[in-house]
Design a protein around this ligand. Structure first.
Ligand code: ZN
Length: 711
C-alpha cells in the first residue's frame, strides 16, 4: 500500500512535538528531543526533509544500480561510482571520487571434482547458477562462484563434514579422533563468518575448504525457493570473502595505513606475508553440488544438530569421497573508488556526521548493497532539497559510497585510515548495507546512540501504519545474537538494539577509530544473499515491490544525520553505556565462575563501571539543561568514546582498539563485548584475563575522567 502525501503530512505534524500547539516550557525541563533545548526550528527542517525521499525515485536508483553486475574494481563498478557522484552533485554536495589501490583477487579457474572410493566421478562443478525464467542470470559478466581472499593451488584430499565450522564443531571432530591434516573440510554456511570457518580449518591442518548453503539454513526447508519464493534455489551459491576480518579489515597489505595511489610498494606488506589472508583454498558451492559429496561420505553418522535438510543421512567422513579443488586466483593491486559527498557545517565544520553504505556487489546486489545505496541517494535528495532552500547544517555532513566492502570492508577502512586524525572529532557514523530485504526494521548501535535511534524512529512513518518505532516494537528481540556476544538480555528495554560486531563498514569507524556508530536495516526472508539471484527481479517480487521500505530507510538514515548535525548538545547516552558495560562485566564474571577461574577479581572493573555511571549521570544533567561552554561539553562527550580505545589494541590483533566491542575471533559477524576479557576467559587464560581486566579499568576510568572534566 502506498501512503498518500496529504495523510503523510498530517501524520508528521502530529509526530513532531515542536509542531503541536505551544506548550508552556517547564523549568528545568527534559527537552522534548534529547540534545535540543528548543526543537521547534529543527522540527520544521525535519518535516521538510521527511517529505522529500521518494519511493519511485528510490526504485529508479535501484534499477539503474543493479542493471549490470558490478564487482569491485570493474568498469561496471566505476559506472555506479559515477552515477552516485552525479546524484550527490545534483543535490549540491561537494563531491569527489576517491581512488585507492588495494590487493584483491579475481578468479581465473575455480573447479571442484569429487570421486568415490572406486575413482568414479561423483560431481564436478561449480554448476552455473540457474533457475526457470530469471532475466538476469545469463549475463556473461556474472563472476563465477569464488571466495575473496582464497588461496590458489590444486589439492586433493578426503572430505570431512564439519557442520557450521564453528570452534565447537571442530572440537567435536577432534573428540572423534578425526585428523584434519590434508583433508578437505566441507562446512555449511551459517552461524559464524565464513572467514572463521576457514581460519579454524587452516589451524587444524586442512588442505582446503568447501563452503555450501544447506537448504535447512536458507533454502526449501525455510519456504519456497526462488523463483516461487524468496529462498535459495538448488544452484544458488553464496560468494563471499574469507579474509580474516577479525584480525583487521581493509587492504591486506596496509593495516593501519591508507592505500592511496601514491603509497609506494615498499610501504606495503606483500599479500602472502600479511596477517589477514588465509593460505589454503576455499570454494563456495550450491547444495546441488554439495549433495553428491555429502551423500557418499562414510564414517560416523553426524551428531545431534549436524543433520541438514538434504534427503539422506549425513556422515562425518573421512572415507567414501575424495575431493580435488583447483583454484587459480588473479591477485593484483586494483583501483577501487569511494564516492564522498560533503556539506560543510556552518558552525562546527570540523565535526563530521558521516552516513555510508557500500556500492560494490558480488553480482547485481539488489539487496546487498544496492537497496542501501538507493535509500541513501534519496536521503541525499532530501538533504539537497533543504540546501536549495538556504539551509546549512551546524556540523559537516558527509555521505559515503564505499567500494570493495565485499572483499573485506576495504573502501571504508582505507578512508578511515586516511582520515584518522579528523575522525577524532567525527560525531557519528551511520551505516546501512543490506538495507531492505523485507518489512522488519532492526538496528545495532553503540549504547550511547541506542536511545537516539529509538527516539528518531518515532518521527518516521512506517508503510505498515504508525511509526517505524511502533512496528519495530512489535518485533521480537534477537536473542541468538545476544547469546553469541556474551551480553545478557537487556531487561525492560522498549525495543532491542543489537551490538556492533562486524561484517560491514561500521567496523573501522567504531572498532579502529572510536567513532560512535549505528547500523540499520529492514529485513525479511532472504535466501539469495551473494548469489546471482540477488537482483532486481527477486527484489521487486519478494522484498519491496513498491519501494516503500527504500523510502522508509532513506528517511531514517537521513534523519540520523540531520538531527545530530544540528543538535545543541550531542545526544550521547553515557548512562546507558555505563549500564551496558556493568552488565557485560557481570556476565563475564558468571562465565569465569562457570569455567572455574575463581581467582579472577572483577571488583575493580565493577567499581570502575560505577565511577563511569556516576560521571555519566552528572554529564546527563548538563546535557538536559545545557549552560556554559557547550563546545567544551560536546568535545568531552565525544572524547569519552575515544577514551574506550587502547593504544596497544586487543591481544593478537592490535588493529582492533576498542575495549568494549570487537568482532569475535571465532564468530566474526557477532560482537564480542569486553573482548579482551571474554576471549581470555574462553581461552582459560587467567593471567591474560587479569591483565585485560586492568586494561578495561583503565579505559573506563579514562572515559569517566573525560566526562568529569566539564563538570
Ligand atoms: Zn553488503
Amino acid at each position: 500500500m502506498i501512503l498518500r502525501k496529504p495523510f503523510l503530512f498530517s501524520f508528521i505534524l502530529a509526530l513532531v512535538p515542536g509542531l503541536l500547539p505551544a506548550q508552556p516550557a517547564p523549568q528545568p525541563a527534559q527537552p522534548a528531543v534529547f540534545g535540543y533545548s528548543d526543537f521547534t526550528a529543527e522540527s520544521r527542517i525535519e518535516e521538510k526533509f521527511l517529505a522529500v525521499p521518494d519511493a519511485q525515485l528510490a526504485g529508479q536508483h535501484l534499477k539503474i544500480l543493479t542493471a549490470e553486475p558490478h564487482l569491485a574494481a570493474t568498469p561496471e563498478d566505476r559506472k555506479t561510482a559515477e552515477y552516485v557522484a552525479r546524484q550527490f552533485r545534483l543535490a549540491g554536495l561537494e563531491t569527489e571520487i576517491v581512488p585507492y589501490r588495494v590487493l584483491m583477487n579475481q578468479p581465473i579457474v575455480v573447479r571442484v571434482e569429487a570421486y568415490d572410493a572406486d575413482g568414479k566421478l561423483l560431481m564436478s562443478g561449480p554448476t552455473r547458477e540457474h533457475v526457470e525464467g530469471d532475466p538476469f542470470q545469463d549475463d556473461p559478466r556474472v563472476v563465477m562462484p569464488f571466495n575473496g581472499s582464497s588461496g590458489s593451488g590444486d589439492v586433493t584430499g578426503e572430505a570431512v563434514y564439519a557442520n557450521y565450522g564453528r570452534r565447537e564443531d571442530f572440537d567435536q571432530l577432534a573428540a572423534q579422533h578425526i585428523d584434519l591434516h590434508g583433508k578437505i573440510v566441507i562446512a555449511r554456511y551459517g552461524s559464524n563468518f565464513r572467514g572463521v570457518k576457514v581460519y579454524i580449518a587452516e589451524q587444524r591442518g586442512a588442505a582446503g575448504v568447501l563452503l555450501y548453503s544447506d537448504p535447512q539454513d536458507d533454502g526449501y526447508f525455510k519456504g519456497d525457493a526462488y523463483p516461487n519464493g524468496p529462498w535459495r534455489p538448488e544452484t544458488g551459491v553464496q560468494r563471499g570473502s574469507v579474509q580474516f576480518l577479525f584480525k583487521y579489515s581493509g587492504d591486506p597489505e596496509t593495516p593501519g595505513v591508507a592505500s592511496t595511489l601514491d603509497l609506494p610498494d615498499s610501504a606495503r606488506i606483500p599479500g602472502d606475508k600479511s596477517g589477514n589472508q588465509p593460505r589454503i583454498i576455499s570454494i563456495p558451492l550450491s547444495y546441488h553440488d554439495a549433495a553428491p559429496i555429502l551423500q557418499a561420505l562414510k564414517g560416523l553418522g553426524v551428531p545431534h544438530g549436524w543433520q541438514g535438510a538434504l534427503p539422506f543421512r549425513y556422515h562425518l567422513g573421512p572415507g567414501g569421497v575424495t575431493v580435488r579443488l583447483v583454484s587459480r586466483q588473479d591477485y593484483q593491486r586494483r583501483i577501487i573508488w569511494d564516492v564522498i559527498g560533503k556539506i560543510k557545517g556552518a558552525e562546527f565544520p570540523d565535526e563530521w556526521v558521516i552516513a555510508g553504505n557500500h556500492r560494490d556487489a558480488w553480482v547485481y546486489g539488489a539487496v546487498d548493497p544496492s537497496s542501501g545505496t538507493a535509500a541513501m541517494l534519496e536521503s541525499v535528495h532530501g538533504v539537497g532539497a533543504l540546501l536549495k532552500q538556504g539551509w546549512r547544517p551546524k556540523r559537516t555532513i558527509v555521505f559515503c559510497s564505499w567500494d570493495a566492502e565485499e572483499e573485506g570492508l576495504i573502501g571504508s577502512t582505507e578512508w578511515v585510515e586516511k582520515h584518522a586524525r579528523a575522525l577524532d572529532r567525527a560525531v557519528a557514523y551511520f551505516n546501512t548495507d543490506v538495507a531492505v530485504s523485507g518489512p522488519d526494521f532492526s538496528a545495532a548501535a553503540v549504547p550511547s546512540l541506542k536511545q537516539y535511534l529509538r527516539e528518531l524512529t518515532r518521527s518516521v512513518p512506517s508503510p505498515q501504519g504508525g511509526t517505524v518505532y511502533d512496528q519495530w516494537k512489535k518485533s521480537r528481540p534477537g536473542n541468538d545474537e545476544q547469546r553469541a556476544s556474551n551480553a545478557p538480555p537487556d531487561a525492560g528495554e522498549e525495543v532491542h538494539i543489537g551490538d556492533l560486531g562486524s561484517g560491514s563498514d561500521f567496523t573501522p569507524f567504531l572498532q579502529h577509530a572510536g567513532v560512535p556508530a549505528t547500523d540499520i536495516s529492514s529485513g525479511g526472508p532472504y535466501g539469495v544473499y551473494h548469489s546471482v539471484f540477488d537482483n532486481y527481479a527477486w527484489y521487486t517480487q519478494n522484498a519491496d515491490p513498491h519501494f516503500l521500505y527504500l523510502q522508509e530507510m532513506a528517511r531514517v538514515l537521513g534523519l540520523e544525520a540531520l538531527r545530530i548535525a544540528d543538535a545543541d548538545v550531542l545526544p550521547y547516552d553515557y548512562v546507558a553505556y555505563a549500564g551496558a558495560i556493568d552488565s557485560y562485566i557481570a556476565a563475564a564474571k558468571r562465565k569465569a565462575l562457570d569455567a572455574n577461574l575463581n581467582s579472577l577479581d572483577f571488583g575493580p572493573a565493577q567499581a570502575a563501571a560505577a565511577r563511569l555511571d556516576a560521571a555519566a549521570q552528572k554529564a546527563r544533567l548538563r546535557q538536559i539543561a545545557p549552560s556554559g561552554d557547550l563546545a567544551r561539553l560536546n568535545l568531552a562527550l565525544r572524547q569519552a568514546e575515544t577514551a574506550l580505545l587502547s593504544e596497544t589494541g586487543l591481544p593478537n590483533r592490535p588493529w582492533y582498539r576498542h575495549i568494549i566491542y570487537a568482532p569475535g575471533e571465532f564468530t566474526g559477524y557477532a560482537a564480542v563485548v569486553i573482548p579482551g576479557v571474554n576471549e581470555a576467559i574462553d581461552a582459560r587464560n587467567p593471567e591474560l584475563a587479569t591483565q585485560q581486566l586492568t586494561v578495561l579499568v583503565q579505559a573506563l576510568d579514562r572515559a569517566a575522567r573525560t566526562l568529569n572534566s566539564v563538570q
